[in-house]
Design a protein around this ligand. Structure first.
Ligand code: 26W
Length: 874
């Protein structure tokens, strides 16, 4: 038999719609009474055969073995921990799929208003443990896996983190997905499926950070569903031609790239609702160029396909700095265009008029990264839906919401106009840019009307920053095109209103600018990472964990038990075992022995000058010098301390990398000093990740959140430590303030200057500098010892030390003495073990506010106007 291929069909996505029943929003046909109509009356066989998954241990074992033999094509005698992990993951995935399908069908049927969370980063970490806990199947799988001769703990360790994010912003997105499913909210995430996540961090023998790629997809990813039939064309470059006087334009030519959907299932806790995270992969639209290939130009033949695949190849490892790279802008446009097309298609399936779009769709922009969605939706509405500009603008400004995550000026995105001109369609007119200019013109006219003749104000508020080259200010565009703008903690939202958005507040009124304090999911950040504490809490409160995990204010019930000695002993014993678990991890990964009888003091976060890891390491050196100056008898009276650091520096951030080098070399010297090593030791744990955080956080007695006041928008690891009964040492900044409000100031250790003082101090540094020797002799001594080479070649660290000796933008010299006093207060408090445990219990008990469930419900009710849509259990 010869097959005939229609040449026109080559390269075109093939799909048959007749049997597409739920996944992409098509419903089975119904008759007049609403009953499903099955195409050939196959209903009986479909329903009979549809999977019901038994949840007993025997069925689970069977399902895992089945996956070993079929999906993995392996034999029982040929299975290692990795194989066992993969088979278990596939078996759990079967359960997730049933719920996910039911959820998507239910949402389609009910057609509620939906919310979409657009984030360039989703820092998910591992999935298996989380899925087992949310499905309530952990103990059954533990037993089932054991019967097969494996340990669940060991196989969980086989999973690679999905590390599609840099830090706080990406992890927040992951916590919000978990909460959206747990709270039955119809929400989808949209992001990019980077082939390589955040780089792996290696530390060289000299103490330098080295970067290696993170090939997280190499072992197959059981948690994603490739949806090769869900694709969109995304066009770059090319021409746009205006049609007549309507303002419409057509777009042609340029590079066409295919966006392919991969769906990641997001299970809720104690509910059937399983939400979706849709990640886009870029692919060449037409394989390779056959003409070049036939002409013998093999490189030329694959060039355009390589450049298409490059778009989603790697996550940019920068946070808090903008860099204006073309590939990053391409990523942003590719992702927003594909996501909007998909959202629009789902909306259109409802059969509603386009004017009702904002009644069915709310889109949250996670920072400015997806802001191109605003001109893109305008383009679709005006050019394709043929709406009038004003009508389109009304829809846009009722659809989008914008969260700002930082007020640091270097982190506010700006794109050079020539780059946008180059990337998006050119010629008459440059379509997206033209749209941006039109938005800007109308906006500035309104500003001029309200504040006549105020040219400076117009210049500040304009979307376009004058200069060479001109730049597009994405935060201005996001603010103008959105219904609401929010910050992520009370202080930060206030700073947004009074600094970067001040002019906009004066123009729009303050009600457009609000606050949603960040939250964290207690499922991962307590139940999963600290199972013993979770069990003790359930036992003490006398309620099932799914109840308090979904209403975290219930933790307050622990307060009634602080005077119960037996409870306190159990609490302290769990902390001790968590410290031993961390010590075991350090022993097995680095071969180092950690003193588990010391206080564990932890600072883990991205390396950045504003986060002041430098202050911490200088404090450690001060402590070391103090201990060295003591007699052995005096030392014995001190409180032994082990300090942990972990975190990555952006590859091009020289000063942050130098800080890592200093930490590693200080560790080398002090951990080896026989005089002091029993009282002070220091570890830099390489390659910080979500999974490493899950081991570190439950083991901490005290954690450090010591940013210069006014610089850390919120912080979320502060919440994680406190939820696990670790106490907080910090500045009056970000969410630290609200944590202190909840747990009481007597249970936190605050130090340092307050936000209003920061500007004045910086001014003084520049115009009335005082030498470090005068300001803080203790700090001067520390700096001199480093320069003198106590930790190896002192010259290496001069650039870092000079940032402090010279302009000291982050106020290390101003806060050092008060920092040291705070550390001493921590020591003193720790000596009274019983009181310390009480503080620890009180801290956990008062963390209810910081559940991401509270935060997501706040967004749902105050911003998106979406409703809980629980899937009935069948
Ligand atoms: C364009 C480069 C770039 C990339 C990422 C600039 C800025 C960012 C993020 C906004 C940085 C970030 O992760 N911010 C953190 O967001 C967390 C979640 O709201 C907060 O808890 C942290 O305080 C904030 O630093």
């Amino acid at each position: 038999m010869t097959s005939v291929i229609d040449p026109k069909a080559i390269g075109k996505p093939q799909r048959s719609r007749r049997h597409v029943r739920t996944l992409t929003g098509y419903l089975p046909e119904t008759d007049s009474s609403g009953k499903e109509k099955w195409p050939r009356g196959e209903e009986k066989i479909w329903k009979e055969c549809s999977r019901h998954l038994d949840e007993d241990v025997q069925s689970i074992t069977k399902s895992v073995v089945n996956h070993v033999q079929t999906s993995l094509a392996r034999q029982a005698y040929n299975i290692d921990d990795l194989g066992a992990y993969q088979a278990a993951a596939l078996s759990v995935r079967d359960n997730l799929l049933v719920n996910w399908n039911d959820t998507q069908l239910h949402y389609t049927r009910k057609a509620p208003k939906r919310a979409y969370y657009l984030s360039l980063e989703f820092l998910m970490g591992r999935t298996l443990d989380n899925a087992l806990l949310n499905l309530g199947l952990k103990s059954q799988y533990k037993d089932g896996i054991k019967e097969l001769g494996f340990s669940l703990e060991d196989i969980l360790e086989q999973e690679r983190d999905a590390a599609l994010g840099n830090g706080g912003l990406g992890r927040l997105a992951a916590c919000y997905l978990d909460s959206s499913a747990s709270q039955d909210l119809p929400l989808w995430g949209y992001g990019l499926r980077y082939k390589y996540g955040i780089f792996q961090q290696l530390i060289s023998p000299e103490g330098n950070q080295l970067e290696a790629p993170d090939p997280w997809l190499d072992n197959q990813n059981p948690w994603e569903l490739p949806r090769l039939d869900v694709t969109y064309d995304v066009r770059f470059y090319g021409h746009a031609e205006r049609i007549g006087e309507t303002g419409r334009a057509t777009w042609s030519g340029g590079q066409e790239v295919l966006a392919v959907a991969y769906d990641v299932m997001i299970p809720g806790c104690g509910t059937k609702n399983t939400n979706n995270l849709r990640l886009w992969e870029s692919k060449p639209k037409r394989g390779f160029d056959l003409n070049s290939f036939n002409a013998g130009n093999y490189e030329g033949a694959v060039e355009s396909s390589n450049s298409a695949a490059a778009i989603t190849s790697v996550l940019y490892p920068n946070d808090h700095t903008t860099f204006g790279k073309e590939l990053r802008l391409k990523q942003q446009y590719f992702w927003t265009a594909a996501s909007l097309a998909d959202i629009l298609r789902r909306f259109k399936n409802l059969g509603k008029p386009i004017s009702e779009f904002p009644d069915f769709v709310a889109i949250q922009l996670n920072d400015t990264h997806p802001t191109l969605a605003i001109p893109e939706l305008m383009r679709i509405l005006v050019d394709e839906e043929e709406l009038r500009w004003d009508k389109a603008w009304e829809i846009v400004t009722n659809t989008f919401f914008f969260t700002n995550h930082t007020v640091l000026p270097e982190a506010l995105e700006k794109w050079p106009v020539p780059l946008l001109e180059h990337l998006l369609p050119r010629r008459v007119p440059e379509r997206h840019l033209q749209i941006i200019y039109d938005i800007n013109m109308q906006f500035l006219q309104a500003v001029e009307k309200k504040f006549p003749g105020d040219r400076d104000r117009l210049a500040r508020m304009s979307i376009i920053e004058e200069g060479v080259p001109k730049q597009v200010r994405m935060a201005n565009l996001a603010c103008i095109g959105d219904r609401k703008v929010n910050g992520v903690a009370e202080l930060h939202s206030e700073l947004v209103r009074t600094t970067i958005m001040k002019d906009f507040v004066e123009f729009y009124g303050v009600s457009k600018f609000a606050n949603v304090t960040n939250g964290i999911t207690p499922r991962r950040w307590l139940d999963q990472c600290n199972p013993e504490l979770s069990t003790l809490i359930s036992k003490t409160l006398g309620i099932d964990k799914t109840v308090w995990l979904k209403d975290l204010t219930k933790l307050e019930g622990l307060l009634a038990h602080t005077e119960d000695k037996k409870f306190r002993d159990e609490w302290a014993a769990i902390k001790q075992r968590n410290k031993e678990r961390l010590a075991h991890h350090v022993q097995t990964t680095l071969g180092l022995t950690v003193n588990t009888h010391a206080m564990f003091d932890v600072q883990i976060k991205r390396l950045h000058e504003y986060k002041r890891q430098t202050l911490n390491i200088l404090g450690v050196i001060h402590r070391y010098l103090t201990l060295k100056a003591m007699t052995p008898e005096e030392r014995k009276k001190t409180n032994p301390r082990v300090v942990f650091f972990a975190g990555k520096a952006a590859p091009a951030y020289y000063i942050a990398k130098l800080t890592i080098r200093l930490i590693v070399n200080v560790a080398r010297v002090i951990n080896d000093d026989p005089d002091t090593k029993n009282y002070l030791s220091l570890y830099f744990l390489p390659d910080y990740s979500v999974s490493l955080a899950e081991v570190l956080i439950p083991a901490s007695d005290i954690s450090q959140h010591i940013s210069t006041a006014g610089t850390e928008a919120s912080g979320t690891s502060n919440m994680k430590f406190c939820l696990n009964g670790g106490l907080l040492l910090g500045t009056v900044d970000g969410a630290n303030i609200e944590i202190a409000e909840e747990v009481g100031e007597s249970n936190v250790f605050f130090f340092g200057h307050l936000t209003p003082a920061v500007e004045d101090l910086r001014y003084q540094h520049l115009y009335h500098p005082v030498p470090v020797e005068e300001k803080s002799p203790a700090l001067a001594n520390v700096l001199n010892q480093v320069s003198a080479g106590l930790f190896g070649d002192g010259g290496v660290y001069e650039p870092l030390l000079n940032t402090i000796r010279q302009s000291d933008y982050y106020l290390i010299t101003d806060d050092f003495d008060s920092y040291i006093s705070a550390l001493n207060m921590v020591d003193e408090a720790y000596l009274d073990k019983d009181e310390w445990v009480k503080k620890s219990i009180r801290t956990t008990a008062k963390m209810g506010k910081f559940s991401s469930d509270r935060a997501i419900m706040d967004y749902a009710q105050e911003y998106w106007n979406i409703e809980q849509t629980p899937v009935p259990s069948s």
